[in-house]
Design a protein around this ligand. Structure first.
Ligand code: GCB
Length: 620
């Protein structure tokens, strides 16, 4: 008891310090499956003000308004001239400013913002009269990158990380009259110590890129749950439900999976947590061939949440990956959270479904959602459409390995991703990063992330996209010491594009892989401009990319432990660093599908290879 009280005090003290430092993240743990709640959507038209000098945040001495005594003066006040006689100076007006659609990046909605990196303020007014006995959570699917969020002129907090949800309990901040306004300062400035760092190969889309809503719950509510099979055990369903708000010990929580005739009542402990274990024999297992989902209902007192959940096991055995105990080959493709047929980030379910439908057409049973957390809808679609998922955090290239705050940030993004995705059968791999360079501080950083991921979820595989090195005898070595901490040996390999000569030459390479683990090629590929034709030695041509795929598949097939791959990449995507004026024009052209949606020749090479692998492993 004493221990618990002191912990609570400590947490309160930390939150207080956090508030003063302007560093407060989220006051409450993220609601599990928040979109399934009763919600008031705040999507739609938001006013915005472009503020490269951050006039709305700092005074002329560069002191932050929200750190001043009055806390006033910033754009978050949404100030209007009053009726007083005094002539007032107000140098902004949200309601007379332009609007853009949220969710949506700013780069694709206003031509002058295509390359913009800095601060933009957003404002949305809405009507919501808080009802007695209810709680309200303001929820953003993602804001890139640093956001300061204010409700009715009061700061809720600051958040870093462009791809994970943000949530605040706003029950006591909503106005009794029902008239409210929310203001967001979004800043996508790249900084060396952030996650990701300044250097990436994707467009730095800024703004409120995912759904915004207010979720309503009763005073005591289900804040979190995990309903999955026990580790490597298809006979047991194991999990927990966590109550939040005014939770007490001894409250009843009911889990029902009606279709399977499963129902169990369990009681919460002193922390509001109820754990359960149930025989799972009656459950049909989820797999890409049969992506069976069950309607799962959780309830406690006046609160209830519904989810659609699949059940499967995933483990490795030597060099095999076992899905539901059976060896599989993961026929994958990498993808960004971008549909080339619309400008900017993918937004609605339709954009995402189109990407996954392309992957299915290619013959995939697996997708790598690179290089950062994709949205919750994507994860649910993968569940529904039967695609295994590799989910990743943007620990990409050269992070500030020795900076403790950078580590903390990466760990928080990883924890939030795992929290959001833990009920999705489709997710089988947590990836802790991509192409990080060898070195002691990096090994410490990355191995700590691997341990963290395992401590949060020991029912899935942990991996990272590693690098390789070559010796003059044409041997490709994979011996990164981080491999010890991972379940798969995954690496990116660009023979025939960045090194190794022409596509026809790459079959000379052999592999020396240190670990006796399943091998997963996390990337290979090369650029081709759709419709540009030449021979197999003409860079940028479809024929070059086609030959590269043919020879890559030949070369990779010599690896005995090869159990899957996610070539780079499903579709062309916008990348600022890709500047060739003829072949690239701001696009990375390694897509198997072009920026206008046409399939390149290499698409069909991989499709044929996947047909063979499906026959070999799935017998069809
Ligand atoms: C890589 C990166 C990926 C790049 C790709 C490329 O190794 O992981 O983010 O886009 O290569 O096209 O160079």
């Amino acid at each position: 008891m004493t221990f618990r009280i002191s912990l609570r005090l400590l947490t309160a003290a930390l939150l207080l310090i956090g508030t003063f430092a302007g560093q407060l993240r989220a006051q409450t743990s993220l609601l599990q499956n928040a979109p399934a709640r009763r919600v008031l959507s705040l999507n739609g038209s938001w006013n915005y003000i472009i503020d490269p000098y951050e006039n709305g945040f700092y005074d002329y001495r560069r002191e932050a308004f929200d750190q001043s005594k009055s806390g006033k003066g910033g754009y978050y006040d949404n100030q209007k001239p009053s009726n007083s006689q005094e002539p007032e100076l107000i140098e902004y007006d949200f309601d007379k400013s332009a609007t853009m659609q949220i969710p949506g990046d700013w780069n694709s909605q206003d031509p002058k913002l295509l390359y913009y990196e800095g601060t933009i303020w957003f404002k949305k007014s809405f009507t919501l009269k808080p009802a007695a006995g209810k709680r309200y959570f303001l929820y953003f699917g993602a804001i890139n990158y640093e956001s300061h969020i204010y409700l009715n002129g009061k700061k809720l907090g600051m958040h870093k990380g462009g791809f994970t949800p943000i949530q605040y309990d706003v029950t006591s901040q909503l106005s009794a009259s029902g008239d409210n306004f929310v203001v967001v300062k979004a800043d996508n400035t790249r900084r060396p110590e952030e996650v990701p760092t300044i250097n990436t190969d994707w467009w730095n889309y800024g703004g409120i890129t995912r759904d915004v809503f207010i979720a309503e719950t009763p005073a005591t509510f289900i804040t979190d749950y995990k309903v999955q099979l026990a580790r490597n055990d298809a006979s047991q369903l194991a999990g927990y439900v966590q109550l939040g708000g005014d939770s007490k010990a001894g409250q009843t929580v009911t889990l029902t999976i009606g279709e399977a005739g499963l129902k169990q009542n369990v009681k919460t402990d002193a922390d509001g947590r109820a754990t359960f274990a149930l025989p799972a024999k009656k459950l049909k297992l989820w797999s890409p061939q049969s992506p069976k989902l069950y309607a799962v209902s959780l309830s406690s007192g006046p609160d209830a949440v519904q989810d659609k959940i699949g059940f499967r096991t995933i483990q490795t055995k030597g060099q095999d990956i076992l899905l539901n105990g059976k060896s599989i080959y993961m026929r994958g493709i990498s993808m960004h959270d971008e549909n080339p047929l619309i400008p900017g980030r993918a937004r609605g379910e339709g954009d995402l479904r189109m990407l996954l439908t392309w992957a299915k057409e290619l013959g995939c049973n697996y997708v790598r959602l690179a290089h950062y957390p994709h949205n919750e809808t994507m994860l649910k679609l993968a569940d529904e459409m039967g695609l295994l998922v590799w989910a990743e955090v943007p620990v990409y290239w050269t992070i500030a390995w020795e900076n403790p705050a950078t580590y903390q940030n990466a760990e928080t993004q990883l924890s939030d991703l795992i929290s959001m995705g833990k009920n999705r059968a489709s997710i089988v791999v947590w990836s802790i990063g991509n192409e990080t360079p060898l070195g002691a501080p990096r090994l410490k950083f990355m191995s700590s992330l691997a341990q963290k991921a395992r401590s949060l979820d020991d029912t899935r595989l942990i991996s990272a996209a590693l690098e390789l090195h070559r010796t003059p005898d044409n041997v490709i070595h994979v011996d990164d010491p981080l491999g010890e901490f991972l379940d798969l040996t995954s690496f990116n390999e660009y023979a025939g594009w960045y090194w190794g000569g022409k596509p026809s030459e790459i079959t000379k390479y052999t592999f020396d892989i240190k670990y006796n683990k399943p091998v997963m090629i996390s990337e290979f590929g090369g650029d081709a401009l759709a419709g540009y034709h030449g021979d197999a030695e003409t860079r940028w041509s479809e024929e070059y990319q086609e030959a590269l795929y043919v020879n890559q598949l030949k070369m990779l097939s010599t690896i005995p432990g090869l159990r899957g791959m996610t070539p780079w990449i499903l579709a062309d995507f916008r990348a600022t660093r890709r500047q060739h004026p003829v072949y690239q024009n701001g696009f990375n052209r390694k897509g198997l599908i072009s920026s206008t949606g046409t399939k390149k020749k290499a698409f069909y090479v991989l499709q044929e290879y996947y047909r063979q692998m499906a026959r070999k492993y799935d017998g069809k």
